[in-house]
Ligand binder design. Structure first.
Ligand code: SAM
Length: 431
């Protein structure tokens, strides 16, 4: 019997909604079980779409049901059905009949799915209008997260962030400066009929006009280019790297920024540390593809005494574990997986990592603190507290931007992911 892609999508979603797994990891498994590339693309589009519009679809479903659906798979299937009718360019009758078919052995659910999808089609205008009046459904974000972001940035800016979070992200490349110039790589892309443009505000970045599979990028295997959002491509430049320096990349996996550091200045001693041994394996693979090398250490950044050789570093990058609320457009499941309590635990961990990193930085050294978050508690407030507690830390300020300390890129600005950077210079108090 042919696999029903709606059922596969629903089962994938159950593992996120009930199992708390991430969309990327679940889809990796699902996709390997699907042979047909069209099926793969369909399942992926539906799963990303349902996550993106989960809070809107959940609201619509609540309007269509007298009592909640208890069966997790059928609940997810209802979301899959509604997503197709509300957002996809598939024929409505095919969407309904295929979704009803996907109830599979649960024949009790056939009528239920059929009835609710048909009712949505009949009452679409009215139901959509009702959804537009409910902020969580309108922005498709959980209520608590709306309040949190509005409290930090005000309702107008927050609305722009919510909108940006629901857009399809661009595919951005980072050109490996050790292998070729950006102009040369643009020529290779053109020769492969991949439409692309250079981004003038970031010298290593190229935006593809349409995403393509990485393996169709010219010379990808030999490391000529990597996929990395523009916002993340500022880290290496901000470190102001010089020949012969000792550089520590403290939360390094999977090495997007380690690689860029080495591509920007190959004549350095680079140490890359991460607590997660599995993610560290990806660091190895990624550096190998790019023909780069660093000293790799699996270690806890809060406990350098367990792995550090005591030699101070001239430059440290702390790409801290964070809420990742700046990359929702790339990982829309973050809206479902993140919990309010994470936003208490993470700033405490970040402060601990910063404190430990500071002890490993040489006098006159530079530490760059980065997160892919847009919350003040993880960013400017974190740095404000650090500056208050460390008299030998001085901030190297950025030109005007929304943050009091550091540089806050809000999601969607220049079509970038949401990101934060602060530069801290260690002054020699005894000099
Ligand atoms: C934002 S990701 C780093 C991304 C990476 N810098 C890049 O550009 O590819 C944060 C990393 O921090 C690591 N991490 C979390 N807690 C840590 C700790 N206590 N010590 C070291 N690494 C930690 C996570 O395993 C994760 O890989």
């Amino acid at each position: 019997m042919p696999l029903n892609t709606r059922l596969i999508a629903a089962r994938t979603l159950v593992r996120i909604l009930d199992g708390g797994q991430s969309l990327t990891s679940v889809l990796e498994n699902t996709s390997s079980a699907l042979e047909n590339s069209q099926d793969k693309a369909f399942v992926q589009a539906v799963c990303y779409g349902v996550c993106r519009y989960y809070y809107r679809l959940q609201f619509l479903l609540s309007q269509l049901l007298d009592k909640p659906i208890k069966d997790a798979e059928i609940y997810a299937l209802a979301l899959v059905g509604l997503y197709q009718l509300a957002f996809m360019r598939v024929k409505a009758h095919a969407a309904v009949s295929e979704t009803v078919e996907a109830t599979h052995k649960k024949s009790w659910a056939k009528n239920l799915i059929n009835a609710l999808l048909r009712r949505y089609l009949r009452e679409k205008e009215n139901l959509d209008a009702q959804a537009d009046l409910n902020p969580s459904a309108f922005y498709s974000h959980p209520k608590w997260l709306i309040s949190k972001i509005e409290a930090d940035w005000g309702s107008e800016t927050a609305a722009r962030i919510f909108h940006a979070n629901n857009q399809f992200p661009p595919m951005i490349l980072r050109v490996n400066a050790l292998q070729n110039s950006r102009e040369m790589y643009l020529e290779k892309l053109a020769a492969s009929e991949i439409e692309a443009e250079a981004l003038d505000f970031c010298h290593s970045a190229i935006r593809l006009l349409k995403p393509v599979p990485v393996f169709s990028l010219p010379d990808f295997e030999s490391g000529t280019a990597s996929v990395q959002d523009t916002a993340a491509q500022f880290a290496a430049g901000l470190l102001d790297l010089k020949v012969g320096q000792r550089v520590l990349d403290l939360c390094a996996a999977p090495a997007g920024k380690t690689a860029h550091i080495l591509e920007s200045q190959s004549n350095i001693e680079c140490v890359a540390v991460d607590i997660d041994a599995t993610r560290m394996l990806r660091v190895e693979t990624n550096l190998q593809r790019l023909n780069l090398s660093a000293k790799l250490i699996v270690g806890d950044a809060t406990q350098p005494e367990k792995w550090w050789d005591g030699k101070l570093f001239d430059r440290i990058l702390v790409d801290a574990p964070c809420s990742a609320l700046g990359v929702i457009r790339r990982h829309p499941d973050i809206k479902m997986l993140r919990r309010p309590e994470d936003l208490v635990a993470l700033p405490a961990l970040q402060a601990e990592i910063l404190k430990a990193a500071w002890t490993m930085l040489a006098d006159d050294g530079l530490l760059v603190y980065a997160t892919c978050s847009i919350l003040k508690a993880e960013n400017e407030n974190q740095i404000s507290q650090f500056l208050a507690e460390n008299s030998n830390a001085e901030e190297i300020p950025f030109a005007e931007n929304p943050a009091k300390h550091g540089w806050q890129i809000l999601t969607g600005h220049n079509d970038c992911d949401g990101f934060y950077y602060a530069r801290l210079h260690k002054t020699n108090l005894s000099a």
